[in-house]
Design a protein around this ligand. Structure first.
Ligand SMILES: [Zn+2]
Length: 356
């Protein structure tokens, strides 16, 4: 099933892109606009040191350019959201001395800054994808996809969706006769490339890695629609005019998917910077369930937030020793391109340094 290109051209003419043209980023143009970054915590548990380090880097990457920052709460996965975690995240970020110019607590032109309050916006953009046949309804179960996948997958490589349902048009969704299905975005063959501010030039062919991806799930029996992360984040970053996205390198494979969505919506993608995540000494990714590494538990155990920031600054390669400090003290010294490329290992010695 082909995307209707003649109608696609109509997206721009019809005012769809034009009505949101202010979302277009013009980074790199003559009229170098202000950098707009974002902090996007998920309220599924407490912020841990890995988040704190990533948010410090994202914050510095915007402030270094005298840019502004939006705080956005990413809570679309309602089954994982913990009550009170949003308030706790805001409290913890503020305790570390990080600030923002727009957010759920202070408002802004793109409010609301909480994803669970933006479902009507996501529906509007999903409707555009449906209208122009960028998506099709997929009724496969996870088991169906794994059984049909042509090649065995290894490591982090996602199971490639084999295209079982791709001959359906978007319009066929109404006569499917099932209560629940997923909207899948048709990816095109060929590499999608971007110049990552940390990793350098990257290019990924989605038709080989993962294939057509889910942008929303529909459950008619419950009258429910749930946007997938890729759709929500792309729409939010575009409408919030975010032009510099700094985030963990676990999301590298999300980036070409989001760029494909930016292209479908005729938005210019932001600059992306993917930074190494934090790991414990046994090589596992830092997890919210490990209370010894949460910002809150460290502060409760007497860690000075200024010492914490000083230690994180050292772990970002900004200094060789722990200098008690505020995030703002590191703005002039910070260079995104100089962030260490290796996995960040949180050692027990490091944890002791924080509370000593
Ligand atoms: Zn399917």
């Amino acid at each position: 099933m082909e995307i209707d290109e003649s109608r696609h051209a109509g997206i721009a003419r019809g005012g769809f892109a034009l009505s949101h043209s202010n979302a277009r980023s013009t980074v790199g143009s003559d009229r170098e606009p202000r950098v707009r970054g974002r902090l996007a915590p998920s309220p599924t548990g407490s912020l841990h040191l890995g988040h704190a380090r990533s948010f410090l880097i994202a914050w510095l990457a915007a402030r270094r350019e005298r840019g502004s920052i939006a705080l956005r709460i990413e809570d679309i996965d309602s089954t994982r959201v913990r009550p009170g975690a949003t308030r706790a995240a805001i409290t913890d970020l503020a305790a570390l001395g990080l600030d923002w110019d727009e957010g759920p607590d202070c408002g802004g032109f793109a409010a609301p800054y909480v994803q669970s309050k933006r479902f009507e916006i996501y529906q509007e953009y999903l409707d555009r994808l449906i209208e122009y046949n960028y998506v099709y309804p997929c009724t496969c179960t996870r088991g169906d996809i794994e059984r049909a996948a042509s090649a065995p997958h290894a490591g982090d490589e996602p199971v490639r969706y084999p295209g079982t349902c791709s001959s359906r048009s978007a319009a066929e969704a109404v006569k499917l006769g099932v209560d629940s299905f997923a909207w899948r975005f048709r990816v095109r063959a060929g590499e999608i490339a971007w110049d990552d501010l940390v990793l350098g030039r990257r290019a990924i062919d989605l038709s080989r890695f993962g294939g057509d991806f889910v942008v929303a799930r529909v459950d008619r029996a419950y009258g429910r629609f749930t946007p997938a992360y890729q759709l929500a984040v792309t729409v939010d970053d575009a409408l919030m005019r975010i032009n510099r996205v700094v985030r963990g390198d676990d999301l590298v494979l999300s980036t070409p998917r989001q760029i494909a969505l930016y292209r479908a919506f005729q938005f210019s993608p932001p600059q992306f910077a993917h930074i190494p995540l934090g790991y414990d000494e046994s090589g596992r990714r830092l997890a919210k369930r490990d209370s010894s590494i949460t910002v809150r538990s460290l502060l409760d155990r007497g860690a000075d937030p200024r010492r914490l920031i000083g230690a994180l600054a050292r772990e970002c390669g900004l200094t060789n020793e722990i200098v008690p400090s505020r995030p703002a003290d590191w703005i002039d010294r910070f260079e995104l391109s100089e962030i260490p490329r290796d996995k960040w290992i949180v050692t027990s010695k490091f944890l002791q340094e924080l509370v000593s």
